[in-house]
Design a protein around this ligand. Structure first.
Ligand SMILES: CC(C)(COP(=O)(O)OP(=O)(O)OC[C@H]1O[C@@H](n2cnc3c(N)ncnc32)[C@H](O)[C@@H]1OP(=O)(O)O)[C@@H](O)C(=O)NCCC(=O)NCCS
Length: 192
């Protein structure tokens, strides 16, 4: 299978790259943390789940309709894994994609998630030529909502009891941004 580049996007502080075996331990440590899983579907995450996850991600490429791809977020200075960004390319309309993101607790509160998702949006709109990007957030997940709103994503819907999390139906907000909106926002930022 043709392999995409190892590094998909860069900023001054971080890179978005493919996962590799050296990431497994760090990935397991934050994924298995109950605080990280609080607003996510998984619970009781095991080391072998992390090993399977990394093995699978190493085989796949982004931008395949009907699949999820996970980008590793790593520090530019030492390549250390600090989190991940997910990309779901919709099967029926692959010009519309869904994203998600997670940061290890020790790297939160430093702007890395916002920086990583900004780089991801640039990559998706300008390299992969996507039309619209959406994200779902549990309505109680204030830190996730803050990241999405900082990037200028619009709250497009309040979806009642939209997913089952830890035995309970949970409401979600759907956030979105069009390519035209992203270009306008970027232009405004450049002029400031
Ligand atoms: C959602 C999540 C990634 C947000 O992480 P976060 O650390 O709050 O977000 P950022 O990395 O963008 O950091 C923003 C904070 O860093 C601060 N900051 C510090 N230094 C900064 C810098 N140099 N540049 C920018 N911001 C900086 C900002 O002021 C902001 O602080 P505030 O929250 O007090 O306003 C994290 O909470 C997480 O992993 N949660 C679990 C997984 C999850 O629920 N994901 C969402 C599913 S879609």
């Amino acid at each position: 299978m043709e392999q995409f580049d190892l590094v998909f996007a860069k900023t001054n502080r971080i890179i978005l790259r493919r996962f590799n075996h050296n990431d497994t331990k760090s990935f397991y440590l934050y994924r298995s943390n109950p605080e990280i899983a609080k607003f996510q579907s998984w619970e009781n995450y095991q080391y072998h789940d992390a090993e399977n996850f990394v093995n699978e991600q190493m085989k796949h490429n982004p931008n395949q309709p009907g699949t999820w791809f996970q980008f590793a977020i790593a520090l530019s200075e030492n390549n250390q894994l600090i989190g991940d960004c997910a990309l779901h390319t919709l099967l029926i309309e692959p010009r519309i994609v869904e994203i998600g993101f997670t940061l290890s607790p020790s790297h939160q509160g430093k702007g890395y998630a916002t920086e990583a998702v900004r780089a991801l949006l640039d990559y998706l709109f300008f390299t992969l030529k996507k039309h619209k990007i959406i994200a779902f957030s549990d309505v109680r997940n204030n830190r996730s909502i803050a990241v999405l709103e900082r990037l200028g994503m619009r709250r497009e819907g309040h979806l009642l009891q939209n997913y089952m999390s830890k035995g309970q139906w949970v409401d979600e907000y759907q956030y979105s941004i069009l390519k035209s909106e992203w270009e306008n926002n970027e232009r405004k930022n450049d002029n400031e």
